[in-house]
Write a protein that binds this ligand. Structure first.
Ligand code: COA
Length: 191
């Protein structure tokens, strides 16, 4: 079984971004993200009903990290590290198989500026080099072309297509699975 031996929370930095741990002070920004129609269009999760529910989610993120079964970061700009503009993380892990699922979202005011590309590159590098993952996967709603394109640009390959395997709000939805193996990861990949 792979062990996530973080001695302390792994804050990461890129040229423009700081990837830091969640704080309860992020609840309002996270609530705005997770209730934004354009952000949630293909996420297919129930929106939080209020800030309290969002705080509960932040506590769950902390619990996942404290028990070393998952790790997720707030995406913020270096010039304004307190302001959450997005989220990225390994929310679901399969440590027996040295595998983790990556997820991400960004506030639409910041779309198409290569922000998630920058964060994804860092988090994938961290996943392979520090967490010692063997593979990283991502599950998308097949309608989510933005997410598909970003994954392809970072070297992920389509691994599977499941028909109507996901029940959400009275409908059975398809899922597309993308994967990247550690041995196929190119850290010099430009995006
Ligand atoms: C998907 C998402 C995270 C992309 O973030 P972003 O920072 O805007 O993406 P980037 O600027 O790094 O884009 C990288 C590449 O992804 C693709 N891409 C991004 N947004 C796209 C869009 N709306 N349509 C088509 N391709 C898109 C492009 O290939 C882009 O490269 P280019 O700008 O050179 O053409 C953002 O659109 C988002 O938060 N969407 C809602 C949440 C979501 O669906 N998350 C994924 C769940 S699986």
């Amino acid at each position: 079984m792979l062990k996530l031996n973080f001695p302390s929370f792994p804050t990461l930095q890129t040229d423009r971004l700081i990837l830091r741990s969640h704080s309860l002070a992020d609840a309002e920004a996270l609530f705005a993200l997770r209730t934004h129609e354009d952000v949630m269009r293909y996420i297919n999760r129930e929106n939080p009903k209020n800030i309290k529910e969002t705080e509960e989610r932040i506590r769950q993120v902390h619990e996942g990290y404290n028990s070393r079964i998952s790790v997720a970061w707030v995406v913020a700009q270096k010039e304004n590290p307190g302001k959450m503009i997005g989220e990225i993380g390994y929310y679901r892990t399969d440590l027996a198989n040295h595998r983790a699922e990556i997820g991400y979202m960004l506030h639409p005011s910041f779309w198409r500026k290569k922000i998630i590309s920058e964060a994804l590159h860092k988090v994938v590098s961290f996943g392979f080099e520090e967490m010692k993952l063997h593979s990283i996967c991502a599950t998308i709603n097949p309608g989510n072309n933005a997410s598909r394109q970003i994954l392809l640009k970072h070297g992920f390959k389509k691994e599977a297509y499941f028909k109507e395997d996901y029940y959400f709000q009275g409908k059975f939805l398809d899922s597309e699975i993308y994967g990247l193996l550690n041995k196929n990861w190119n850290i010099d990949n430009t995006f």
